[in-house]
Design a protein around this ligand. Structure first.
Ligand code: NAP
Length: 187
């Protein structure tokens, strides 16, 4: 079974997350993609609880038979380290693909114990506007494959700013996630 792993703060999760997961499934013949909301994103400043980020991610992938969610990082008391998560998952590297956006890929050397990440997984990188292959070649320390397709100009930061400014979210989030954000006053 070939598994894609999409870790994220998911603050909030959005259509681009889903799209890079679909592209990975289709382009690399994966059987499923596992979405892993981070417990405590120590490099980010999120005030939204794990519980709410997990709930929004579940809603995003609702009714998608080849997407699953994992609560393996359900611990907000300590920083989340991907190296620990991958070790715990104990997957076969030949069949495991960590999915990253190009921004995250450029920062991977700042991750805790980053050197050991490629003991556990292969890497798939989704392009981002303003990041070119030369930069990825320069900064990404492992072999990787590019997830092809049009760049998706969408981010959680942008969506949070849309919420602050009462702008429509329908191009970025499905209705069930929008409803959850409103009912639970997430932002
Ligand atoms: P995020 O903002 O919620 O995004 C999740 C993933 O989707 C990221 O790889 C992100 O890449 C990608 N993405 C989002 N929008 C995209 C778009 N429009 N086009 C293409 N890709 C897009 O998650 P995050 O906070 O960056 O965390 C990502 C993973 O890195 C998590 O598993 C986290 O635990 C891990 N991490 C680990 C450490 C450590 O020390 N072990 C430190 C930091 C992060 P972009 O960055 O390109 O948006």
């Amino acid at each position: 079974m070939k598994v894609g792993i999409l870790g994220g703060t998911f603050d909030p999760p959005h259509f681009a997350h889903k799209e890079i997961a679909y592209r990975s499934l289709n382009q690399f013949n994966l059987d499923k993609v596992l979405f892993i909301p981070t417990g405590f994103s120590w490099q980010k400043d999120s005030s939204v609880s794990y519980k709410k980020r997990y709930a929004m991610t579940s809603l995003l992938i609702e009714n998608e038979s080849r997407f699953e969610i994992s609560n393996i990082e359900n611990n907000q008391d300590e920083p989340t380290y991907t190296a620990n998560t991958l070790e715990k998952l104990s997957l076969d590297k030949d069949c495991s693909f960590f999915i990253l956006g190009a921004d995250a890929a450029l920062g991977i050397k700042s991750w805790h114990n980053y050197e050991i990440l490629d003991n556990f997984v292969q890497f798939l990188i989704a392009p981002r506007p303003d990041i070119n292959i030369t930069q990825i070649e320069e900064y990404f320390p492992f072999d990787y494959k590019i997830i092809s397709g049009e760049e998706l100009d969408m981010s959680s930061t942008q969506i949070r700013s849309f919420i602050t400014n009462n702008r429509s979210l329908t191009a970025h989030l499905p209705e069930n996630v929008i409803q959850f954000i409103q009912e639970e006053s997430v932002y």
